[in-house]
Design a protein around this ligand. Structure first.
Ligand code: NAI
Length: 283
């Protein structure tokens, strides 16, 4: 089974994490970003994270891992890849456009075209390609180098061979643990987590309790490693809102509706950790 050459399209929070764990596992990795500045930012994120891993003795050499990663802005560079993992913004039209391009570019007839989407149906991405049997959701969790879980999401058209090769890759090569999910918005984890986060936002929005107390409540009273508002800041409020909207779109349940405060914060560019301010502030 040939799964050595990997590309990650989108080198943001998740894409750089997926690139890191893949290069740490010995893969040859290309990261595609949309422009030079975003490419530099992706490389910076990778360097910082790998240096942290080296300092904690989790890897021998950050530079040896980095040497297996190339950041490019030309999507044509993915032509010879065995696996392409898409991790661009959570926007259906953007992902559909990208999968159409990937289908034209990726040469290997058995290559896997995966999406890290949190909520967009895999079927929508599969059917715009000529090879829906090879399109699958491989959903990592943030921060990718730390969290063990991967959700495997075959669409109705994905082949068993694609699912099993994906499982072998994430479990065998990357050392992750996979759970199987049906192709429904939110899969298992976000379908449960997002309504919980949205309830915390509504509680804060109504003035019922402060952001600090809501988070402290869940940390100290329910042994959560971090509170729901801090978790939303970590996920990114833009991504949280996008996932909520996909869930709402799919199920039409009020519990998935993004509260107005979340929408205003995204409009204001208060996106959480990545911009320094969300429900909490970060230096
Ligand atoms: P992000 O905003 O940090 O990164 C997205 C990156 O994609 C940016 O660096 C952007 O420049 C790049 N990009 C956008 N369009 C592109 C294109 N056409 N070609 C190449 N690069 C492009 O977003 P994040 O958080 O990394 O999310 C990415 C995907 O992962 C989304 O689908 C999201 O739902 C999913 N996800 C996010 C998680 C989270 O906790 N943030 C967890 C699991 C999945």
């Amino acid at each position: 089974m040939k799964m050595k050459k990997l590309a990650v399209v989108g080198g943001g929070l998740m894409g750089s994490g997926i690139a890191e764990v893949s290069a740490r596992a010995g893969h040859d990795v290309i990261v595609i970003e949309s422009n030079e500045d975003a490419g530099k930012a992706a490389l910076g994120r990778l360097e910082k994270s790998l240096q942290r891993a080296e300092a904690k003795a989790k890897i021998d050499s950050a530079s040896a891992v980095l040497a297996r990663i190339r950041v490019e802005t030309d999507l044509g560079a993915v032509a010879d890849r065995d696996v392409v993992v898409e991790a661009i913004v959570e926007d259906e039209a953007a992902k559909v456009a990208l999968f159409k391009q990937l289908d034209q570019i990726v040469e290997a007839p058995d290559a896997i075209l995966a999406s890290n989407t949190s909520s967009i149906p895999i079927m929508k991405l599969g059917v715009v390609t000529s090879r829906p049997t090879q399109v699958i959701g491989i959903h990592f969790f943030n921060p990718v180098p730390v969290l063990q879980l991967v959700e495997l999401v075959p669409s109705l058209l994905t082949s068993t061979d694609t699912t099993e090769r994906s499982r072998a890759w994430v479990e065998g090569s990357l050392g992750k643990q996979a759970i199987d999910c049906q192709d429904r918005a939110g899969f298992v984890v976000n379908a449960l987590l997002i309504p919980f986060i949205l309830s915390a936002i509504r509680m804060f929005e109504s003035g019922f309790a402060s952001a600090e107390d809501i988070d402290r409540g869940l940390v100290l009273g329910a042994a959560h490693p971090q509170g729901p508002l801090a978790l939303a800041d970590l996920i990114g409020l833009d991504t949280t809102k996008a996932v909520a909207e996909s869930l709402y779109d799919e199920f039409k349940e009020p519990l998935y509706a993004a509260p107005p405060l979340l929408q205003r914060m995204v409009d204001a560019g208060l996106l959480g950790r990545k911009t320094g301010r969300g429900f909490h502030t970060y230096s």
